[in-house]
Design a protein around this ligand. Structure first.
Ligand code: NAD
Ligand code: ZN
Length: 375
């Protein structure tokens, strides 16, 4: 089946395509050839994807005449670290020879994409790379927009570059092997796109069950394309987050990032689960500040559990002071002022600084008490 969506990302610095399709991997070789990225592709992946999808990508490139090498990094967020980056750069240098023009093919979720995109920006002051995202989260979010980076012990994504890929190749059939929890986690970012810009996405999610969506790649393709368009258009308007427009992509992330940090980026919350709670928090804040009609807030708070995502904070830990501390350490917190992206309706948000701490505290308490939609 041919690619059924081809979405260009037009930036000042460059232009690239997002190609979305089901069983369209065969077109990858010719797409890569026509981009003239180099002579020697290096597939970067992790052991989980090496058992499933990476070999198919390598085989296709090889059939198109490329001598392919494959490198893996451990399947953990810890691969987004300076030691892992340094190790990867050394392994790239080991593969390098006079006359070879290396380029990277990143086959994996956001971890492989963020680390590999940074390595591509640093090795020899920059080699080309393409993204072949394999999680829903990476397909609709992290592979697009050129934010790359690794974590420091002090915080997430503190070392990074804006470095755009030359192509994002989205193969929907890769999602068939994705665990349900990871699929739902990606849906949180899709729902976010609906709230910040696209009520059609929101309505679609309200009417669809997750199980049906997983079975129907055509509708899934429509949804992914729609979410990807939101991300691409925001990035086009504000490539380097200097105009305040890209900030809206942080809807749900003020509390979400704090929850992830306060729980040590462990198994308690996936990224999508943490931002689902964060979206509920932002909605409750909007309600208290009378920025959103109650009916829209109710729809928002109903959609999150409908997607199998949490809207409450489980258990007594982390405590409220731990959450507030983690929030104030986030790099998105500016000059001691908190910054929230707050919904004003379905498809509309505004950015508010300095939300009073008493409101934040009481909303966190409400979420901890196990906020139930409509209660
Ligand atoms: N650069 C950005 O703009 C941006 C945006 C959002 C998130 N991120 C980053 O992305 C990372 C999270 O990404 P993620 O959610 O993709 O996590 P991930 O890369 O850790 O992948 C999640 C899990 O799913 C497995 N997996 C991936 N594809 C699979 C498949 N098709 N079948 C079966 N298993 C599969 C992975 O091996 C892993 O165990 C975080 O580090 C976050 O900071 C970056
Ligand atoms: Zn996110």
């Amino acid at each position: 089946m041919p690619t059924f969506h081809r979405i260009p990302v037009r930036l000042k610095s460059c232009r690239y395509d997002l190609r979305i399709g089901s069983n369209h991997l065969t077109s990858l070789g010719s797409a890569v050839r026509s981009l003239r990225l180099g002579s020697h592709p290096v597939v970067l992946t992790n052991p989980t994807i090496l058992r499933t999808h990476a070999p198919a990508v390598a085989r296709l490139l090889s059939r198109s005449g490329f001598p392919v090498r494959t490198l893996t990094v451990p399947d953990t967020e810890r691969s987004k670290s300076l030691p892992a980056l340094s190790d990867l750069l050394s392994r790239l240098a080991d593969l390098d020879r006079p006359g070879r023009r290396l380029f990277l093919v990143l086959v994996g979720g956001g971890v492989v994409g963020d680390l590999g995109g940074l390595a591509a920006g640093l090795y020899r002051r920059g080699i080309p790379y393409l993204q072949v995202p394999t999680t829903l989260l990476a397909q609709v979010d992290s592979s697009i927009g050129g934010k790359t980076g690794v974590d420091l012990p002090q915080g997430k994504n503190l070392v990074g570059l804006f470095n755009q890929p030359r192509l994002v190749f989205i193969e929907l059939s890769f999602l068939r092997t994705l665990p349900d929890r990871q699929f739902r986690s990606g849906l949180a970012e899709v729902a976010k796109c609906g709230v910040i810009r696209d009520p059609e996405i929101f309505r679609f999610l309200e009417r669809t069950s997750v199980a049906d969506l997983r079975r129907d790649e055509k509708r899934l393709g429509w949804l992914v394309a729609r979410a990807v368009r939101v991300k691409a258009s925001v990035v086009e308007a504000d490539e380097r987050e200097t105009r305040g427009i890209r900030t809206i992509l942080n809807f749900g992330h003020t509390l979400g990032h704090a929850l992830e940090a306060a729980t040590g980026y462990g198994a308690a919350y996936t990224h999508g689960e943490a931002i689902a709670v964060g979206m509920a928090a932002a909605t409750l804040i909007s309600l208290r500040l009378r920025l959103i009609p109650a009916s829209s807030a109710e729809r928002l708070l109903r959609l999150i559990p409908h997607l199998g995502l949490p809207i409450g904070i489980r258990g007594p830990r982390p405590g409220i002071s731990e959450i507030l501390r983690a929030m104030s350490h986030d790099k998105k917190w500016q000059a001691g002022r908190n910054r929230w992206v707050l919904p004003t309706g379905i498809g509309r948000v505004l950015v508010r600084r300095d939300v009073p701490e008493r409101i934040i505290r009481s909303v966190i308490e409400e979420l901890r008490a196990g906020f139930k939609a409509g209660s």
